[in-house]
Structure formats: C-alpha cells, structure tokens
Design a protein around this ligand. Structure first.
Ligand code: ATP
Ligand code: MG
Ligand code: ZN
Length: 635
C-alpha cells in the first residue's frame, strides 16, 4: 500500500535533483510557469494536503479512468503515441495528473538510464524524479487561464524549435486550454499539425466545447469520467488507512457522495473532516460540516410531504432549523432524494447496488414503491423551482416552508396523466381527491384510484373492439398505434387507396410493397375491430399515397406562406433569407389538414393559423414612419 503512491513530499527538493539548469531567477520560459515554491510563510510546512500527497504517479494508480489508461498503455506498448492529447473532464478527475504521467512515460529512462518510452515509468530515474518534482526543464506546464494571448503561444512555438535540454521529448502541458484566445489557437494550429518529432503536447480542459474543432481534430482526445462513488469509497478508505485515521464507513460514504465524482473534492473534504475531528470521525460531525441535513430527517420530510401532512413536514423542518441546518440545503437534499427514488424506480436493480447509500437502498426503496414516476417527477419540478425561490427569497425559512406546504398540497391531487385517464377511461371515479388526513398518502391514493382501472381499460386485450376507422388515414393511425412500424410505413409510402369503405378496402400497392401486405393488414384490422375485413387489390390509379399527399401539402403551404406579404417583406429585407420550413400546428401526423368529418375543405389561407392576416400593417412601418413615441406601443 505504501508504495502505491509516491509521496512527493518525500522526494528530494528540486535543487538537489537537478544541479545543472540554474534555478530560475526571474521568470522561467513562461514567466511563472515554474512551480511556485511552497509559500515560505507556512509554519507547518510538513503538512501536505491529501490531494497532493496522493497524486497518482503511475497509470495503475489512477482510479475510474480505465478506458483511457488502457488506450494509453496500448499506445506506449506499440510505440504509437499521439503527438497531442486533449484531456477533458470535470474538476479533479485526474487531468493534470494524467498529463504528468504521460510526460514521465515519454521521458523515463529506467533505473539503469537506458530505457525508452514506457507505460510504466520507473519513478527513480533523473527524469522521472525531476518531472515528479515539477522541475524538469523539458516538461513545461502552462496555465492558459493566466496566459491566453498569441505571444504566450508564440513563445511555445519558438521553444519547440530547440531540442530538449535533457530528456528525449519536450512535453508542453497546457492546462485550461479553452481559455486561449482565438488568435492563440490559430497560432498553435500549424505546430500542432506537424510538431517536430521531439515535441508532444498535452492539453487539459474542463470545457471542451470552447476548444475549436480545428484544434480538437489534431489531438487524441480522452474524456475523463466522473469517478463512481463506489470507486471513490474504496480510494478514500485506503487513504484513511494509510493516514492512520479512524473513520466510520458511513462517513466515507457521505464524503464519496458529496464529492460528486471528483476525487479532489472528496480528498479535500476528507482533509477537512480529519482536521476537525479529534480521534474518530463520525457521520454526524461530517454531515454538519457538509451542511447536510442528516439523512433520516430528509426521509422523514419527504414522507410527510408525500403523505400530504404539512404539520409533520413543518415540525421536521423546525427541528432541522434548530440544529442549524441551512433550509436551502434541506430542499436540495430533498431534490436529490427524489432523484434517487426515481432512479430506483427506473432501474430496479439499483436497490441492491452498493453505489447507493444504505438508507436509500432500504427506506428509499420502500418509498419508491409507494410513489409513481409522475408523482416523483412533479415533486422534482416543484422542488427545483423551490430551491431557486429559496435562494432569491429574503426569508429563506419562510420560502422553504411555502415550498413544503405546496408540495403537501399537491400530493393530494392526481397527476395530469391520471386526470386524462380518468376522463377518457371512465372508471366513474370522481376527480375530487378523497378528503385529506389519515395515512395512506394522497399521492398514492390518487394513483390507486381511477388510474388503475383506467389503465386496465386501455390495455388492448381488455379493451372492447375499436370502432371501424372512418377514413384511410385514421386506419393508418390505428396501425401506427399498434407499433406496426413496417406495415404503417408501407401504408404511408406504397399504397394508393382506390376505395375505402370499411370493412372493405380497395388498394393499388406499388411494386415495392410486400406481397403479404393485404393479408397482414386484414388480420391486424380484424383483431383490432372484431370485424372481418376485405382487402382487395385493384388496378385503378386511386389516390396519391399519404406520403405524396403530405409532400404536396407541404409544397402548397410553402407556396402560400411565400405569397404572404409579411413574408415577402422579410425576404426582401434580408436578401439570401430562405423559408426553411413551414410548421402548421393544425396538421395531423401525416402533415395533412385534420379530417374532422364535418370539416369544410376551405381555401388555403385558413392553413396559416396564428399568422397575421394578409392585409396586416407592418409594425415597423408604424414605428418608424410615424413620430409617435414607440413606447406607446407597449400599451
Ligand atoms: N483518477 C484519479 N485517481 C486518483 N486520484 C485522483 C484522480 N483524479 C484526481 N485525483 C486526485 O485529485 C488531485 C487533483 O487531480 P488533478 O489535478 O489531476 O485534477 P484535474 O482533473 O486536473 O482537475 P482541475 O480541472 O481542477 O485542474 C490529485 O492530486 C489526486 O490526488
Ligand atoms: Mg488540473
Ligand atoms: Zn523513470
């Protein structure tokens, strides 16, 4: 264990390692690029934060980045090491660490000084040690956050022209590379395209989308993952053991969760916990430190709220408040819990996964069983809004209480999906919720009532036979509802209707339609409607296919819109502008005007809903041609 990480506190100070290059007076190659020496005004210089002390020095010590490590190992093993890498990922997942390991892997000469590039840098050769100590003349780290300009990049480009001073390869590590200016990126492109053989670049960034694609396409890219809380747990436990601190597993759990995938964040929390505690570290201490309301309380609160019991919810909040919990954080915890529960519902195996904390697995699973996904989703949305409200409110406590009361209140109401089902599926249940109070839980009641009955009615086997679809299009839609995608596609694209008189259909299929189309369709319709269908093939031309009709309607809409004076004015004002797409909210799934049986096949202008009438006045004419104060138009 002790050999797993090289404690860089133990490595000799840089000056001892490398007598040759004079220690940088004045600015180094890149000004402050040389590592800032430990601030002298640090009395307890012996202490080194865990995140630095346990910085992995070899690929095998990196946790949670297996895919990247595998690829890099292969690259070194086969001698196909890219000339530029782009490492991206959230804070504290190992980007800078990986960059340094790559630098050593490229430059390690092995214990005997004769080795070549290797995925297993020895850690003892002069180059390895110098890089470990941040003091290798050929490994240059630059922080693009502070040096964003073209001149900084020119310095690099200049430097690439010289051979390495000491090592095989000059490695330029540019951290936060997305901060470089556009010009700086451009200046870099050429060198990046064909760097001299002795030069490698390693870029790191948390915001990959800000890096131009021209740069990305010249790099081998690695996406470092958030580390799973399981892996974090193991890692922190090992470190705690190595540090000889006494820490409960629950505490490690808490920290691993709070770290949210970032190893550094977790290690900083662990540091903090160790510093605060004398002797052993308890979960209560740490939750207090994290500002977390304790788990039990969050569960109590969610249960109260979901059962529609405002009095209990407020009492629990009061308790938390007295203990000094920040109520905004309490709401966030609720939000997080709702998320966990929804995940448990979506992926039932999670109940047994060690990734979830104990409480979620037991009490959470029970709660998840009682709540439906729509109810959880609604709670999520309300809490999300609530969290923002609390941040904005002058009185956080009052705002929190309002959110909780609101949640209690809606827990009595059916979800919109429920309502629709009750209204359409019948079920005779009244929409008004059962009067509150009592156990059971409003939300749960709402789901168990009309919802269940309606759901049963909607199932095809229990459903009465569907009425005969009145039109071909309605029939096609019915087929689509049955998820008969292929059959439906053929109905849309390769069938001309000659006569539609349910339950008789005459069709002229196009040659590409399958031979058994008619048979399949008849069977499906028969099953759905409980009626025998006759589907005859005809040689008559029939109507255009639905797809053809749709295209024609599209062209027509396009034409009608293009004719509209407002649109013409826009096209004139912006030469080169085009009408890309005309969206008609009134069209049905086939892009055709809806077929309401009594509908009038009227003129086309009716197809431009919500659009200004053709004789509308231009707003800007009014605005600019008259001398009325434009503000008046607000009224
Ligand atoms: N994958 C990992 N395995 C083990 N330890 C890690 C890992 N990632 C980060 N750490 C720990 O976190 C510390 C910081 O990591 P590093 O500097 O590589 O993060 P980073 O990704 O560059 O973060 P930032 O975006 O904030 O610069 C390391 O010193 C190490 O202790
Ligand atoms: Mg970094
Ligand atoms: Zn080495």
């Amino acid at each position: 264990m002790s050999g797993l990480f090289q404690d860089d506190a133990n490595t000799p100070s840089p000056e001892e390692v490398l007598p040759e290059p004079p220690p940088a007076e004045g600015p180094g190659l890149f000004g402050d690029a040389l590592p800032a020496q430990e601030p002298p005004a640090q009395p307890t210089a012996a202490y080194r934060v865990l995140a630095r002390k346990y910085r992995p020095t070899r690929f095998e010590d990196l946790i949670g980045q297996e895919a990247m490590v595998r690829t890099l190992r292969n690259a070194f093993a086969t001698g196909r090491v890219a000339h530029a890498f782009m490492l991206t990922g959230v804070r504290g997942v190992g980007k800078t660490t990986t960059a340094r390991i790559i630098a050593r892997a490229l430059n390690c000469t092995g214990p005997d000084g004769t080795g070549g590039p290797t995925a297993e840098p020895c850690g003892v050769c002069a180059d390895c040690r110098a890089i470990l100590a941040d003091h290798h003349p050929d490994v240059v780290e630059m922080d693009a956050a502070s040096r964003t300009g073209v001149d900084d990049v020119r310095e690099i480009i200049e430097a690439t022209r010289f051979r390495p001073l000491q090592a095989r390869t000059k490695v330029f590590v540019i951290d936060e590379v997305h901060m470089l200016s556009r010009n700086a990126f451009n200046a870099l492109l050429k060198t990046l395209e064909e760097p001299p053989p002795h030069v490698k670049f390693v870029f790191a960034t948390t915001e990959i989308r800000k890096v131009p694609v021209t740069v990305l396409s010249r790099c081998q890219r690695f996406d470092l993952r958030r580390v799973r809380s399981n892996d974090l747990h193991t890692h922190f436990l090992r470190i705690a053991v190595a540090e000889g601190v006494n820490i409960e597993r629950d505490v490690i759990d808490l920290i691993a969760r709070a770290a949210d995938g970032s190893v550094r964040d977790g290690l900083s929390l662990l540091d903090q916990a160790i510093a605060q505690a004398q002797g052993s570290i308890t979960a209560a201490q740490v939750s207090e430190m994290l500002g977390f309301a304790d788990r039990v309380l969050v569960f109590d609160l969610l249960e109260a709220v979901m059962d529609g019991k405002p009095a209990e919810a407020l009492a629990t909040t009061e308790q938390a408040y007295e203990r000094g919990a920040d109520l905004g954080v309490v709401l966030q915890d609720l939000l997080e819990l709702v998320h966990s529960l929804t995940r448990i519902k979506a992926v039932p195996q999670l109940r047994h996964s060690a990734e979830l904390p104990e409480a979620e697995r037991t009490r959470g699973a029970a709660l998840a069983d009682r709540l439906s996904v729509p109810v959880l989703a609604r709670a999520w949305q309300m809490l999300l809004k609530g969290v923002a409200e609390v941040e904005a409110a002058p009185d956080r406590r009052a705002a929190t209480e309002m959110v909780l009361i609101r949640l209690c209140h809606v827990s009595e109401m059916p979800t919109p999906g429920d309502l629709v089902r009750r209204l359409t599926g019948g079920g005779g249940e009244s929409i008004a919720p059962a009067p509150g109070g009592g156990g059971g839980g409003g939300a749960m009641r709402a789901m168990a009532g009309g919802g269940a009955a309606a759901a049963a009615a909607a199932r095809p086997d229990a459903a009465p036979a569907a009425p005969l679809p009145p039109t071909f299009r309605a029939m096609a839609a019915l087929v689509a509802d049955q998820r008969e995608a292929m059959l439906h596609a053929h109905l849309v694209h390769s069938v001309h209707v000659v006569r539609y008189a349910p339950p008789v259909i005459e069709l002229r299929p196009q040659p590409e339609a399958p031979r058994d189309l008619a048979a399949k369709l008849a069977a499906l319709l028969g099953r759905l409607t409980g009626t025998r269908w006759t589907i005859a093939l005809s040689a008559a031309a029939g109507e255009p296919t639905l797809a053809e009709q749709r295209d024609a309607a599209k062209v027509e809409r396009h034409g009608a819109v293009a004719e509209h004076p407002l649109v013409r004015a826009i096209l004139d004002a912006f030469p080169g502008a085009r009408i890309e797409n005309v969206h008609d909210p009134d069209a049905d799934d086939y892009g055709l005007p809806r077929e309401t049986p009594a509908a009038q096949p009227d003129g086309p202008p009716a197809d431009l809903p919500g659009f200004a009438p053709a004789d509308a006045t231009f707003a800007d004419d009014l605005l600019y041609d008259s001398d009325i104060d434009p503000m008046e138009y607000d009224a």
